[in-house]
Design a protein around this ligand. Structure first.
Ligand code: AVI
Length: 318
């Protein structure tokens, strides 16, 4: 099948408004840069490298869970399902399900239209009988997805523990919108668990410095795209675990007193001043079930590795 015909091209809005968001975020106290801007081409490359790090257990643990429990997941999804993946990226994880679930169709959603089209074409060659409907869109928005003829259920797939990058209220709102896009269908979602803070700290402060480079890429891309003049050595990566809020908090810390210009706007930084760049919330099975309930979902099945690092949760509409 020619995947190209079915891609819905949308403007890459997420990248286009970086200038405005950066200027707004640096004008606030405390300063912040929204984490969605991590993922330009270099940021996506660095994130792939993070996923392969020995300290970053999340990706390999989730993939092992998907491989191990694909049969049970297939049983829950049933026959003639349409899988809708939110933030589909490389389409690596869904491959662990496709052979076993044998869905009627697959709708990967990703903001990066060109990349989505390329990876969907590869998948189409491997699965010639699968109805593929790639959708270039911001998966955090409310999406009206046309019905797939013959599909019995629309099941969502949201791996990667990306839900953790949303504050709880925003996460509940996102799950609610997903539930609506799925017409009340179930959702299979990856969730990173509360665990030993030392383990979490290591995962976001890797020895090779890849996460630090990923964090600083926010400044590097501002220099390239927006003619900003950040001195990358003038900022340091800082990512502590906040055990009361159950989240990693990521910052860039100004090493000296300095001024930076972005599109003619001047920003002053005190020595030691923090720019907040990301939160990554961690859950227990109970706290995640509570979050899901706020979105009208019940956690009806879950699979965890033996060390309890990561959870695949199966949510059904209440
Ligand atoms: C995409 N997201 C789930 C990652 C996380 O673990 O919160 C992003 C990340 N930030 C630093 N390392 C990885």
């Amino acid at each position: 099948m020619d995947a190209r015909r079915t891609v819905t091209p949308l403007a890459e809005a997420r990248h286009g408004d970086y200038a405005q968001c950066l200027i707004e975020g640096l004008s606030r106290a405390p300063k912040n840069i929204p984490c969605k801007y991590f993922y330009d081409a270099e940021g996506s490359r660095l994130f792939d490298a993070i996923c392969a790090l020995p300290e970053y257990y999340q990706t390999r643990t989730e993939m092992a869970l998907l491989a191990r429990h694909a049969g049970e997941i297939a049983g829950l999804m049933g026959r003639e399902a349409e899988i809708v993946e939110f933030g589909a990226g490389s389409l690596k994880k869904v491959r662990l399900l496709l052979d076993v679930v044998q869905p009627r169709g697959y709708t990967p959603i990703d903001i990066s239209g060109d990349y989505l089209m390329a990876v969907t074409e590869e998948l189409a060659a491997e699965y010639p009988n699968l109805a593929l409907r790639p959708l270039a869109a911001d998966f955090t928005a409310a999406l009206a997805i046309a019905p797939l003829p013959g599909a019995r259920v629309r099941a969502g797939f949201f791996p990667g523990s990306t839900i953790g990058n949303f504050k709880p209220d925003a996460a509940a709102g996102l799950l609610r919108r997903m539930r609506a896009s799925l017409n009340g269908g179930p959702l299979l979602i990856g969730v990173d668990m509360v665990k030993d803070p030392a383990r979490l700290h290591a995962a976001y402060n890797d020895a090779a410095g890849v996460t630090a480079a990923f964090n600083k890429n926010l400044l590097a891309r501002a220099n390239c795209e927006l003619a900003a003049d950040f001195d990358l050595d003038g900022f340091a990566h800082y990512a502590p675990y906040n055990p009361l809020a159950h989240r990693i908090e990521m910052y860039l810390i100004s090493q000296v007193r300095q001024s930076v210009t972005v599109r003619g706007h001047r920003f002053d930084f005190a020595a030691g001043e923090a720019v907040h760049t990301e939160d990554s919330h961690k859950y227990t099975p109970d706290s995640f079930a509570d979050l899901a309930a706020r979105a009208g979902y019940r956690l009806t099945a879950q699979w965890r590795d033996t060390d309890g690092l990561f959870m695949l949760a199966w949510l059904e509409a209440i």
